[in-house]
Design a protein around this ligand. Structure first.
Ligand SMILES: Nc1ncnc2c1ncn2[C@@H]1O[C@H](COP(=O)(O)OP(=O)(O)O)[C@@H](O)[C@H]1O
Ligand SMILES: N[C@@H](CCC(=O)OP(=O)(O)O)C(=O)O
Length: 371
């Protein structure tokens, strides 16, 4: 028995569309039922379920043969499919007297500090009450620019949000292979302790009928993200979910590569699309990167992009290299008059609301080189 499974106090299980749908593309009640049977031992206080499948479940009711391409129809399918999905989960968990609570998150819910705290409090209370939270992205309102896009990364964020110690990513393949096992012979990667264990890996193509959006690449990114924040992650198939949760040696294990960290900042670092760039002078780079200070207007030389206060932006050094990412406190239109000026002078000129940081140190992550 794997001890990290035995001792896990909170477990986030993510199931992909490919594990919940029939070959024809609709929601598969038998597979959903089998999944619920596998996770049931953790239900009530220990389990958070992140489930995809809303769009897949919405196709048949809307008379669509395949996943639509335009955002508005995807949103409609998700809206119809999400209620069918959660209804089926509620029925399946009710058989063991467990209640479910639907939680639909948008990227903003984990980026903005107040929203993040709010989501965390709601999930904590659901767990305290013994209710199984069933989480998905709020696809019916998510906009293209700022969305998770795939539930693998959403699950990694959620694992930090609820301070889980174990994340299990379930798909239709029993682990990460050195190449797509559907396309030819491949061998299973059993343990990932650092990025070096992923060297030479080929990740191409997704599973069943293109109903999901992730593919193995997003599972690997999500597992690395969770592990870098101290959450052990198992990637395996829905068919092996019960075995994985019983601590059997299945799937691919991503071992923690860093200490526990706040998930809001993890999201900022790994998965946010920056909405603009702030150009820093050398002194500001030294302050932000070297001393972990907030970014003040005095260190800004130029601004690109069309963003609003609260959006994620990249902070770039004088050679244009991104060195940090943060949530900017001003709209793009406000910044040009502020470049290179002291905060006291700005406050005297433009009013007291200008006497503050452009990016607060609590809203900043330093960017490490990615693979
Ligand atoms: N190196 C690899 N190891 C395992 N699976 C891979 C690899 N490269 C590509 N894949 C494909 O990724 C698929 C899983 O992704 P996907 O269908 O998006 O899952 P889900 O919908 O469950 O999130 C597998 O069925 C497999 O075809
Ligand atoms: N939020 C979308 C799922 C997006 C997604 O990541 O799908 P998958 O790759 O199957 O986990 C839905 O419910 O249809």
């Amino acid at each position: 028995m794997r001890s990290f499974v035995e001792h896990a106090q909170r477990v986030v299980v993510k199931v992909g569309s490919s594990s919940l749908t029939t070959a024809a593309g609709g929601l598969d009640a038998d597979r959903l039922e089998a999944l619920v049977a596998a996770v049931r031992p953790l239900a009530g206080r220990r389990l958070v379920l992140v489930s995809s499948g809303a769009i897949a479940a919405g196709l048949a009711p809307l008379g669509l043969a395949r996943r639509p391409r335009d955002l508005a129809t995807l949103q409609a399918a998700a809206s119809v499919g999400q209620s069918a999905l959660v209804h089926q989960y509620a029925e399946a968990f009710r058989r063991s007297d467990h209640q479910v609570g639907q939680v639909l998150l948008t990227a903003t819910d984990v980026i903005r500090r107040t929203h993040y705290r709010n989501a965390r409090t709601a999930l904590d209370r659901l767990l305290e009450l013994g209710i199984v939270p069933i989480i998905n992205e709020n696809d019916a309102v998510a906009t293209q620019e700022i969305r998770f896009g795939d539930n693998d990364r959403l699950a990694a964020i959620v694992s930090h949000l609820v301070s889980a110690d174990l994340l299990v990513l379930l798909s239709d393949v029993d682990g990460v292979y050195d190449a797509n096992p559907r396309l030819g012979p491949a061998s299973l990667v059993r343990d990932v302790r650092s990025d070096a264990d992923l060297d030479g890996l080929t990740v191409k193509g997704t599973g069943t009928a293109g109903v999901g959006t992730g593919g193995m690449a997003t599972k690997i990114d999500a597992a690395r993200m969770a592990a870098s924040g101290g959450v052990t992650t198992i990637v395996t198939s829905a068919a092996l979910a019960a075995a994985a949760l019983a601590g059997e040696e299945v799937g691919t294990v991503f071992h923690p590569t860093g200490p526990r960290r706040a998930s809001r900042l993890l999201w900022l670092q790994y998965a946010t699309a920056p909405q603009g760039r702030l150009h820093l002078d050398a002194g500001a780079v030294a302050a932000v990167v070297g001393r972990r200070a907030s970014l003040l207007p005095a260190g800004l030389t130029a601004v690109d992009g069309d963003f609003s206060a609260g959006d994620p932006v990249d902070l770039v050094d004088p050679s244009g290299r991104p060195v940090a990412r943060g949530l900017v406190a001003f709209d793009a239109a406000e910044l040009p008059t502020m470049l290179g000026r002291g905060t006291a002078e700005l406050a005297a000129d433009l009013g007291p609301s200008y006497e503050r940081e452009v990016v607060h140190r609590d809203d900043l992550v330093l960017l490490q080189p990615t693979r």
